[in-house]
Write a protein that binds this ligand. Structure first.
Ligand SMILES: *[C@@H]1O[C@H](CO)[C@@H](O)[C@H](O)[C@H]1NC(C)=O
Ligand SMILES: *[C@@H]1O[C@H](CO)[C@@H](O)[C@H](O)[C@H]1NC(C)=O
Ligand SMILES: *[C@@H]1O[C@H](CO)[C@@H](O)[C@H](O)[C@H]1NC(C)=O
Ligand SMILES: *[C@@H]1O[C@H](CO)[C@@H](O)[C@H](O)[C@H]1NC(C)=O
Ligand SMILES: *[C@@H]1O[C@H](CO)[C@@H](O)[C@H](O)[C@H]1NC(C)=O
Ligand SMILES: [Cu+2]
Length: 415
């Protein structure tokens, strides 16, 4: 396809040279140098080049396996959706929260609803799918399963949106993801924590009790303590459509060992908590500059390192609370938008050279290659394309099945 054809197909920059869109139309994706209609920092020219090449490569590769320019789904920034689509997405998420879980109760007595099915398998796989070669393909399929559930079980009409955090690095709360609109945002920060947790919380070797808490990652043969800023909230989210969401699985990573409920599978009913960390370690580093540097990585090892060290970690850290528990972050419905942005950066990286990069993988089979205390048979050696991945409810694809966005039933492009 020629540039102008696919650009107008995607609804991209070409739209800007046409007559101004009527006010009711959804905002167009942002273009280099042009302030995006939905606000935020315009996409810089160097990132635009990368995104254009990705679009060109994907659109030029279509045709095989039933994914065509007529059938390809467009995953958009939440800030570029229209309000009806935003409301429909939230409606569908709440719908899944009201459908019964399919997970075997003996595996996770706390799994109550369909969203918990996702949280259960994410907890179960945490030590295998983070800081490992599986991070990207596992989450790609996971997002796709959620998108399918929203569409097929709850009638959502559009596709999975992403949190365009680079566009709002100056102030994430200016994004429509977080602007506090009761109907079209994900709500805001959690209320101030009560009682304050700064005083130690139960035994972790905290090094800065006023701002940082150390959380123990269970399931590894060593004690691994994850530093987590306490952030500016810590209590329940009181605004927006998820203010009354009841969580039952997790939390898992805690300031102390929890032998009675090691993985948070037992019911622990509570509200959704957040604790925004808009400081240097959180929002301030999720910049276009860092996104561009990450996508410019020359090999998958460097790309994944940039995602793991910076983008993935700091996106979760910004949200804090339930969304920052490495095992059960899926309890915060914004998880899927956060990971769609990561999936998008990977897709753009792959899209610089589809031939060489679609099936590129690097990384261990466990969290940093540390052996698991519950599954010594998982060797902490390097992940390969032929390893099975456990996605829950009987879905066990090979790694290679999670690599492409336009094959094996997947058919989407980030615009
Ligand atoms: C995950 O589930 C499998 C199968 O039920 C089980 O053998 C394994 O111990 C679980 N892992 C964790 C961390 O819960
Ligand atoms: C903890 O962090 C705060 C804010 O960064 C800093 O002002 C304080 O000096 C630190 N305290 C210790 C004991 O390091
Ligand atoms: C949450 O519950 C309170 C009290 O029942 C109610 O006033 C409020 O409208 C509910 N909010 C949402 C988003 O459902
Ligand atoms: C990337 O993030 C780091 C903090 O992790 C920050 O120091 C740096 O300025 C950021 N780079 C750009 C180009 O924004
Ligand atoms: C893989 O595991 C080995 C052994 O634990 C470790 O030295 C290495 O740093 C790990 N690699 C990555 C990319 O995490
Ligand atoms: Cu994850």
């Amino acid at each position: 396809m020629h540039w102008a054809d696919w650009a107008s197909f995607i609804g991209g920059c070409v739209a800007l040279v046409m007559p101004a869109a009527v006010a009711a139309a959804p905002a167009k994706p942002q273009c280099s140098g042009t302030p995006p209609l939905g606000g935020g920092i315009p996409i810089p020219a160097d990132f635009q080049v990368l995104q254009d090449r990705y679009h060109e490569q994907i659109m030029g590769s279509l045709g095989a396996q039933g994914c065509t320019k007529d059938s390809i789904a467009k995953r958009r920034s939440w800030d570029d959706l229209d309000d009806d689509t935003r409301k429909d997405y939230i409606r569908a998420v709440r719908c899944l929260a009201n459908e019964p879980a399919l997970t075997d109760k003996s595996l996770a007595p706390g799994a109550v609803n369909r969203l918990d099915d996702f949280t259960y398998i994410h907890i179960n796989q945490t030590n295998i799918i983070h800081q490992s070669g599986y991070l990207l393909p596992w989450h790609r399929l996971f997002l796709w399963q959620l998108e399918e559930a929203l569409r097929n079980e709850c009638g959502y009409k559009d596709y999975l949106p992403y949190w365009d955090n680079a566009r709002f690095s100056a102030d994430q709360t200016k994004s429509r993801v977080w602007d506090g609109n009761p109907a079209t945002s994900f709500g805001g920060n959690g209320a101030p924590r009560t009682p304050p947790e700064g005083g130690g919380g139960g035994g972790g070797p905290n090094n800065n009790e006023s701002t940082i808490q150390l959380l123990l990652i269970p399931g590894l043969v060593i004690d691994f303590w994850l530093p987590m800023p306490l952030g500016t909230g810590g209590g329940c989210v009181t605004t927006g459509p998820f203010a009354n969401l009841t969580l039952t699985l997790g939390p898992v990573a805690k300031p102390a060992r929890d032998p009675a409920n090691k993985y948070g599978y037992l019911p622990t009913p509570r509200c959704l908590a957040r604790s925004f960390d808009p400081s240097y370690t959180g929002g301030a580093s999720l910049t276009w500059g860092n996104a561009t540097a990450i996508v410019l990585a020359g090999d998958i090892e460097d790309f994944r390192a940039g995602i793991e060290r910076l983008w993935h970690r700091q996106s979760h850290t910004f949200i804090g609370g339930d969304g920052a528990d490495p095992f059960s972050p899926t309890n915060d419905p914004v998880f899927y938008l956060l990971h769609a942005q990561i999936d998008r950066l990977w897709a753009i990286w792959q899209g610089q050279d589809l031939q060489a990069r679609t099936y590129a993988i690097a990384g261990n089979r466990t969290f940093f290659g540390i052996p698991l205390d519950y599954a010594p048979e998982v060797p902490p050696s390097l992940a390969t394309m032929d390893d099975p991945m456990e996605m829950g409810l009987g879905f066990r694809p090979l790694t290679r099945e999670g690599m492409a966005t336009t094959e094996l039933g997947r058919c989407y492009i980030y615009v």
